[in-house]
Design a protein around this ligand. Sequence first.
Ligand code: J2J
Length: 540
Amino acid sequence: MTLPFTPWPDEMARHYRQQGYWIDAPLTRGVAYQAHERPDAIALICGERQLSYAELDRRAACLAANLTARGLGKGDTALVQLPNVAEFYLVFLALLKAGIAPVNALFSHRQLELSAYARQVQPRLVVAARQHELFANDDFLSELHRLSPHLSATLLLGASDRETSLEHWLEAPSETGWQESHTAPDEVAFFQLSGGSTGTPKLIPRTHNDYDYSVRASADICGLSTETRFLCALPAGHNFPMSSPGALGVFHAGGCVVMAPNPEPLGCFELIERHAVDMVALVPPAVALWLQAAPMHAKALRSLRLLQVGGASFAEATARRVPEVLGCRLQQVFGMAEGLVNYTRLDDDDDLVFTTQGRPISPADEVRVVDEQGVEVDDGETGMLAVRGPYTFRGYYNSPEHNAQVFDADGFYYSGDLVQRMPGGYLRVVGRIKDQINRGGEKIAAEEIENLLLRHSDITHAALVAMQDPLMGEKSCAFLVGSAELRPPALRQYLRAQGVAEYKLPDRFRFLDALPVTAIGKIDKQQLRKQLASTTTSPS
Ligand code: J2J
């Protein structure tokens, strides 16, 4: 049994293998190699726990064996939602070893997102944490059983009974003889989450070959080694801290990942000092908080060598303050869970580092910057980003209509970003055409929230647009047409009750008699954004 996905054309796959980009090894290769070569080296620090490479590999294998014994394996999928703890990687590695493809939901996700993922992949396994409000009791698990009738196993971090205790499954040796049975390297290893611009969150199938290449090449670009100590402060399942080069890059290089529950500066500074962390990945709003807090804690940050910033636009003026205030080098990262990742390089001169979002990982990344007719624009001109390459996906999972809109006939993916290409292939992100709000790196698909608002019987029209915000870069504003009785607190409560993640709730509501429309009758969001920019209102 294999999971369906859109493969690369044979000729391209052959080329990627010939060039050594695809090495036909599983994503678990890095950890397995370190466990063999340097078994006692510390791979992971989580609170007071330290796991060696041997331990990480052994416990992941143990869970994989238990899952196999339970009849789970190739062709199966898992829905996983864990906070930033060691178990996140143990489970990820175990599922890969057993050939089960996980979807790693963010810990901030709630019923709506998890149900949407469950409907799409029909998981046979759910791995979650009792500490999450959704799994504090079994109600939502029953709902998941209803949505995915083949669901046959549930493992919960913090469960009190042995049967469902994740901790128990990670330790208890399986009775059967077991052999690793990852999916084929050119098949789906797991699903990444798309930031999205449509009504339903989309899933991105990633193969071992393509993801592993992006991880290896990223580790190289960022100079990782056995000495690297990386602080994972962003949500562990996000593409950035997982693969750019992220925890998987660190495991590949044999370094150590230190888990932080979140990017809050004081907690992170303590971990940096205690574990001599030398590298961290952050989104721009977190950097702003770090810059504020750092002058009081300069000593704690002495070991920091590299701060990676990505996920959303990073102001040049703030970028220039990083080396001076944090005492480390800055690296800008412009990536996407769909594939393409750009980095400023460690030896780039300051102007490139402060004013661009870097250049692609690979010589095989084919990046085009095109106008509305699909014609490439000159360097320095603004155009839409289109890309294909050895680690950029070829289609969202089971989404033929959407794929037809975002891929062209040659397999180029249109990310919805507006960029300028500078000499040397460096990119600047200057805007976007996708209907999305980028709230400090967290992506909100406007359509998803508009649809939820339109379910409300007192709302006749809804439009969600981005408004500028000094800390978050962007926040969201919902423009509504409807009954005079509508009030922001009740509307937020209404959305919460539908089970949507908190970060997607509109930061502000505006009530209008009618929404402006364009000549062809579509809601004129440009007009709404202009209205927001030209007025200041009290927050609501
Ligand atoms: C402006 N916009 C950016 C940047 C991403 C590394 C880093 C980030 C992501 C990520 C990632 C940006 N400046 N530096 O997966 O591996 C916006 C773009 C892009 C979208 C992708 C990685 N870096 N963006 O953010 O899948 O609009 O991945 O298309 O969450 O974030 O979002 P996501």
